[in-house]
Design a protein around this ligand. Structure first.
Ligand code: PEP
Ligand code: MG
Length: 607
């Protein structure tokens, strides 16, 4: 029965896809564990033996390199490592783990490494600990071979696939080159996690919240993904494929119709303008939209430019990149956010310490202030590039006025240095802050006096307001963008910035939902910044709405005391637009029976 093969999850990014699935088991930092069926045990043992062979070859070539470059004595350690790998009793232990516990080779090797360490953990002395490392080192090479094997195999073809994984992480989303990915599905993952942000920005249909999905998939099995409905269908049959194709046709039609509005400004029917800008993750994003259809780049996440490299980009390299973005955008504003690494946005070449609470740890502006050289290089590159366009600088993770003052001080120094060196740089590059930490919401009345603009990062603001890690699948259900506290914070920021006469926008993912974007317009925001693919939808929603209606949506939503109530108001706003949109797609001249906008809190009070 077709129904049995449809799995309902949570939509992360809209769109449709149909194709073979590739289950991603390995991600760089996580050793994957999965259970192996009895008949698959010999294949798993074979994988282990192949990995040992690859590791042995790898150690041989390292030995040669070190012998040639440093000397035979230092190279000898690699020959000892090869001997360790050849020890038949250890190999047998690992094979037995696979056979008896029915676990994958990676997991068995990891257990072995942990055993080496445990057996010596009680023993004192650096020598003993070094001994454990000596034994586990060659097995780490085996683990590397097992974990990189998956990507290498996939790199041998150019087939397009739907990626499936246990968790939606940035590593999974970027597992293959963009053009090879049809969609991404995952058992767990937050709608606002960094993996989700990337999936949306790459334009991949994406569904999460699919428990036990992996146990029902086989590599290469055909599946279809409906990112709008949040469903995944396994082994679609002919009638399912026909239905899928007709949905695809409808979607294309809708996108075509919406794109007719893409070039028009996001202006309400009563003439109120909401600036609509785009979020950019990578230089490749620049080619995915027409700058003429936007009011600028509301968020250039520069850390992704850093993440795509194997070492820190030089000032020249950054200057060229930023200049390219500015030139592409012409006179439109480009909001360059300074480096926001840490937490799950890690650079392979810059190790941050292992932290128990990385979201509350060493990240964002904190790193820039401590490692000022990094910030200086970035600011130099940005300021030099700013001569080629309309740039403003955005600071992430601001928690206090002191931090802003410190950055201004660094900024002034950089400006002076550039001037001394003869660079002609604009003197009026605006500096703004991301409001994404609750403390900045509260001190905003003071902070706004020291900055030029405000941009709300709802992805982080929600996690910090609700104490719910945006990247932790165990609490993703609690990550609630409709929580009244979130709305109250949003409204407060818009009010304070408005009173101070400072432009304020939202660049977090919440703004990508067109009903929420309308609510933000009603709260007083001047701009929203969203992934390029969702821009036409947001623009269309604004054009179909009056400013008075947006104010009403905001007022009704803010009057609600529960998330459920807020959702109800936003659903009403969505339904109203849906009716109008259906009329638009069908070409109907008249809009029929647009549902009424009505909050329920009043009704309850009366009752
Ligand atoms: C945010 O926190 O809302 C935001 C835009 O920044 P990021 O998602 O990169 O943390
Ligand atoms: Mg953030």
């Amino acid at each position: 029965m077709a129904q049995m093969r449809i799995v309902k999850g949570v939509s992360v990014a809209s769109g449709l896809a149909l194709g073979p699935v590739h289950v991603v088991h390995t991600t760089p930092n996580v050793v994957p564990t999965w259970s192996v069926a009895e008949e698959e045990v010999p294949r798993e043992i074979e994988r282990l033996r192949e990995a040992v062979e690859i590791a042995t070859e790898n150690l041989k070539s390292r030995e040669k390199i070190v012998a040639a470059e440093v000397g035979e004595r230092d190279a000898a350690v690699f020959s000892v490592h090869r001997t360790i790998l050849q020890d038949p009793s250890t190999a047998k232990d690992v094979e037995n783990m696979i056979r008896e516990q029915r676990i994958n080779a990676e997991s068995a090797v990891q257990t072995l490494i942990e055993r080496f360490h445990k057996s010596l953990s009680g023993v004192q002395g650096a020598k003993a600990r070094g001994f454990a490392a000596d034994f586990s080192d060659p097995w780490r090479v085996v683990l590397d071979a097992l974990m990189s094997h998956e990507r290498e195999v996939m790199e041998q073809t150019d087939e397009q696939v739907v990626l499936a994984a246990a968790e939606l992480t940035p590593q999974v989303v970027t597992f293959l080159p963009r053009e090879r990915v049809l969609a991404v599905v995952a058992e767990t993952g937050g709608r606002y996690s960094h993996g989700a942000v990337l999936a949306r920005s790459f334009g991949f249909p994406c569904v999460v919240g699919l428990p036990n999905l992996l146990s029902r998939l086989e590599q290469g099995m055909r599946i279809s993904v409906d990112g709008d409905a949040g469903t995944v269908q396994l082994r679609p049959e002919k009638e399912d494929v026909d239905r899928f194709l007709s949905l695809l046709e409808q979607r294309k039609e809708r996108v075509k119709k919406l794109s007719q509005h893409a070039a028009l400004p996001a202006q309400t029917s009563d003439g109120h303008r909401l600036e609509t800008m785009v979020n950019i993750e990578s230089i490749r994003d620049l080619d995915t939209f027409n700058p003429e259809h936007t009011d600028g780049v509301g968020l250039l996440r520069t850390e992704f430019l850093y993440m795509e490299r194997s070492q820190f980009p030089s000032e020249e390299e950054q200057y060229r990149l930023y200049r390219r973005v500015l030139e592409r955008m012409g006179r439109r504003q480009v909001t360059l956010r300074t480096l926001d690494i840490g937490n799950d946005k890690q650079l392979s070449y810059f190790k941050t310490p292992k932290e128990n609470n990385p979201a509350l740890g060493w990240r964002g502006l904190r790193i820039s202030i401590e490692w000022q050289d990094l910030l200086r290089v970035q600011l130099r590159a940005a300021l030099r590039a700013s001569a080629h366009g309309n740039m403003r600088i955005l600071l992430p993770m601001v928690t206090s006025i002191e931090e802003v003052r410190e950055v201004h001080r660094i900024f002034d120094g950089v400006r002076r240095q550039l001037a001394d060196q003869g660079f002609e740089i604009p003197s009026d590059v605006p500096v703004g802050i991301m409001v994404e930490v609750p403390s900045s919401v509260f001190v905003l009345p003071h902070l706004v006096k020291e900055i030029d603009f405000v941009s709300v990062g709802t992805n982080d603001l929600v996690q910090y307001l609700l104490a719910v890690d945006r990247d932790n699948p165990w609490v993703s259900k609690l990550y609630d963008v409709s929580h009244p506290a979130v709305l109250m914070a949003l409204a407060q920021v818009a009010r304070v910035a408005g009173e101070a006469g400072k432009p304020c926008s939202v660049c977090g993912e919440m703004a990508s939902d067109y009903a929420t974007a309308l609510m933000m317009l009603g709260m007083g925001y001047d701009a929203v910044s969203v992934v390029p693919s969702l821009l036409p939808e947001v623009k269309y929603a604004v054009r179909e709405t009056s400013h008075a209606e947006a104010v009403q949506i905001a007022a009704l939503a803010l009057a609600e005391t529960t998330s459920e109530g807020v959702r109800r108001v936003l659903t009403q706003a969505r339904e109203r637009l849906h009716v109008r949109q259906t009329a638009m797609v069908r070409g109907a001249a008249e809009v029929a029976a647009v549902p009424e906008l009505r909050g329920d809190s009043k009704k309850r009070e009366k009752g």
